[in-house]
Ligand binder design. Structure first.
Ligand code: ZN
Length: 256
């Protein structure tokens, strides 16, 4: 797989906000071969060291990550070539001291101790999931800089994020829509149940009224209204029970 020029498209398809830093397509330290996964960072520096422009044109490193992620959850694509973000380190499955050649770096605007807003954290996991889906790799191919270079360089980024929790959240994103994760047989069964509920909602009340001997009279309407209310209440309870049953099918799948 060549340079990840697909980054803006893939992130936007995941519903994320994406900006493109001028010149990103031609920026980097050479071309990619196969891409293994993603290394997650926090910027650490105060402004302007936490800006997309700094990530694109670091004063000594040049492109120092392909992506910048703002506190509000906006990605900026800074470059598509190899970036110098990982440095010396090691991790199972990655070439020692050579992660830059095979990983996409994400620099999230954060000092590592301030905490993570929902907007930024959710965009982080959704963005990593979108990239891994494109690469055809599992959540285990997302690592923190601290996991790569915690020992060799004393890196601790991304601070305040447990990478096992992060990967679990990425995995949830990768599994996507819980209905889509059902087997074909389960989807058919669920669809049949939904059709039945829909049919009752649409036609159930009409058919009862149509079957009443008083249906065309005011007296019949009044006489039947209490009974109709009672029946509707029963119907509502029955429908609620069916919805509970549907949820019982869906929820364990969603958490699987
Ligand atoms: Zn880092």
């Amino acid at each position: 797989m060549p340079d990840p020029t697909w980054l803006p498209e893939v992130l936007r398809e995941a519903g994320l906000q994406v900006e493109e830093y001028p010149g990103w397509k031609d920026r980097g330290h050479g071309d990619f071969g196969d891409i293994w996964g993603v290394v997650c960072h926090h910027t650490g520096n105060p402004p302007p060291g936490n800006n997309p422009g700094y990530i694109a044109n670091h004063p000594t490193l040049g492109l120092c990550s392909q992506l910048h992620l703002s506190r509000s959850g906006v990605f900026t694509v800074c470059g598509a070539g190899i970036a110098w973000h990982a440095g010396m380190g090691s991790y199972p499955g990655l070439p020692t001291n050579n992660a830059n050649q095979v990983t996409i770096g994400i620099e999230a605007e954060n000092n590592g101790t301030e905490g993570w807003s929902d907007a930024q954290y959710n965009a982080y996991t959704a963005g990593v999931a979108a990239i891994l889906r494109k690469l055809g790799e599992p959540a285990s191919h997302a690592i923190g800089h601290k996991e790569w270079a915690g020992g060799s360089q004393g890196k601790w980024d991304p601070g305040g994020i447990d990478m096992d929790d992060f990967r679990a959240d990425v995995d949830t994103q990768l599994k996507g829509d819980p209905i889509m994760s059902l087997t074909d047989a389960e989807q058919v069964e669920l669809l049949q149940k939904v059709r039945k509920v829909h049919h009752e909602l649409t036609y159930g009340f009409q058919s009862r009224v149509a079957g009443s001997p008083f249906r065309d009279t005011v007296a019949g309407y009044v006489l039947n209204s209490d009974a109709a209310d009672f029946r509707n209440e029963q119907r509502l309870k029955a429908l609620e029970l069916k919805v509970d049953q549907l949820l019982a099918v869906l929820v364990p799948k969603a958490g699987a």
